[in-house]
Design a protein around this ligand. Structure first.
Ligand code: AMP
Ligand code: GLY
Length: 429
């Protein structure tokens, strides 16, 4: 069958890489894609926010399966839009509808959902411009640090961890009054700070049944030892050594099952991935956030560990037959190091020629912000440029492969973290 992936990051290249290996995949398209997806699929010059153009491509190219990578079109209702088209009634779509995507699109929605269904999460209260005075008063009696979250999508920048009361008040004013995050800040969630170690668990669901995918740990900060600004993610590791069987069983019983039962009780037919950001607090899991999609760069370590055919799994999810598909996970470790443009996550330059990509072996090279010029050269085209995934029998082996490749690839201004996975090696020891 012909398959379409929407998106242009390392996550979408990882999907394209895995799907292109499937015997069920005939023509594979990515919209808009990058220089890496062009190696395994055909890129379409269409924005995933242009729903009309996506619908037309599905018809013209006889697409039977669509995978929506990023959150923005999901939260904006691309699935509802496509499902409402009679000519697309037989197209299978992996991704939740607008209501389901609210798990990510509204922190207030997701907090209320978790409280209603008894899912462990930090205590919180929500305030609006109308209840600003109550909000400021609430802050004065809140333990420090205080976590403040803009309600809507804010490109990963909407969470403020305030160490002082003054910083918390400033943040609340910035969100609710100065509208620093635009409409995403019509509400602010004020939340208890959780102390622990973070990791993420990924679920693929058909609305009723589910498969729990390999867990991963992401490295969000730009600087080594988790310092500096937040980024989309500078690296990832799977599996996560401190997520033992006992912990993962708790995640399934206390979080995954009630989440799916809650969605059903709310009348939300959720088909797609749920990315559960967790804090491990003294061996107890708490949900920090839900995302309505896979993570990036987590996908670049999760998919390489799935040995089963991904197209079979995605079709089973769309057809509500997930229990029938086999699901085999490799016991190997995958580590990805993300190479970024100098300056990221602040301003950075694009269009730098990437040298020596073809010389890199021993890793899977996933492209993120890359493009090709008319001479066929690969150029940087974004903040995050490449994700280099090493796979080995040991964590150390996978780290070494990924880091060796990261050192080898060259472009002007290149930067990467040299400590991806090292905390987990220490944890293990
Ligand atoms: P989010 O955008 O929801 O992923 O939040 C960004 C980051 O803020 C998370 O990855 C955590 O590191 C941190 N964070 C969010 N909520 C909390 C919390 N309640 N306690 C501690 N850290 C948090
Ligand atoms: N790496 C974090 C995310 O995809 O949201």
């Amino acid at each position: 069958m012909n398959i379409l992936i929407l998106g242009s990051g390392g996550r979408e290249h990882a999907f394209a890489w895995k799907i292109s290996q499937s015997p069920h995949c005939d023509e594979l398209y990515v919209a808009p894609g990058n220089a890496g997806t062009a190696q395994v699929a055909t890129n379409l010059p269409i924005s995933f926010n242009d729903f009309e153009a996506v619908a037309k491509a599905i018809v013209d190219l006889k697409i039977k399966l669509v995978i929506v990578g990023p959150e923005e079109p999901l939260v904006n209702g691309i699935v509802d839009f496509l499902k409402a088209r009679p000519e697309l009634s037989r197209v299978k779509i992996v991704g939740p509808d607008r209501l389901g995507a609210q798990l990510e699109g509204s922190k207030d929605f997701s907090k209320n959902f978790m409280f209603k269904y008894g899912i462990p999460t930090a205590a919180s209260r929500t305030f609006t411009p109308d209840t600003l005075e109550d909000g400021l008063a609430h802050l004065t009696s809140h333990a420090l640090p205080i976590v403040l979250k803009a309600d809507g999508l804010a490109a990963g920048k909407g969470v403020i961890i305030a160490e002082t009361l003054n910083a918390a008040k400033t943040a609340m004013n910035e969100i609710l009054v100065e509208e620093k995050f635009g409409a995403a800040g019509n509400k602010v969630v004020v939340e208890q700070f959780l102390r622990g170690i973070e990791l993420s668990v990924f679920v693929l669901t058909d609305g009723i049944n589910y498969k729990i995918l390999p867990e991963a740990k992401d490295y969000k900060r730009i600087g080594e030892k988790d310092t500096g600004l937040n980024t989309g993610g500078m690296g990832a590791v799977s599996p996560v050594v401190f997520a033992d069987e006992n912990f993962l069983r708790k995640v399934e019983q206390k979080i995954v099952k009630p989440t799916l039962a809650g969605l059903q009780a709310e009348g939300i037919h959720y088909v797609g991935f749920i990315f559960i950001g967790l804090m491990n607090v003294k061996s107890e899991p708490y949900v920090i956030e839900y995302n309505a999609r896979m993570g990036d760069p987590e996908t670049e370590v999760v998919l390489p560990r799935i040995q089963s055919d991904l197209v079979t799994l995605l079709l089973a999810a769309a057809d509500q037959k997930l229990t029938e598909s086999d699901f085999v996970i490799s016991s190997q470790t995958a580590v990805t190091t993300v190479i970024v443009s100098g300056g990221y996550p602040n301003a950075y330059e694009k269009g730098k020629k990437i040298a020596d990509i073809e010389k890199i072996d021993e890793v899977v090279v996933f492209h993120a912000g890359t493009t090709t010029n008319d001479k066929g050269e690969i150029l940087t085209n974004g903040g995050r440029v490449l994700a280099l995934t090493g796979i080995a029998n040991s964590l150390e082996g996978a780290v070494n492969k990924s880091q060796k490749a990261a050192a080898a690839v060259q472009f002007e201004g290149k930067y990467y973290r040299k400590d991806i996975g090292l905390d987990l090696i220490r944890y293990k020891d």
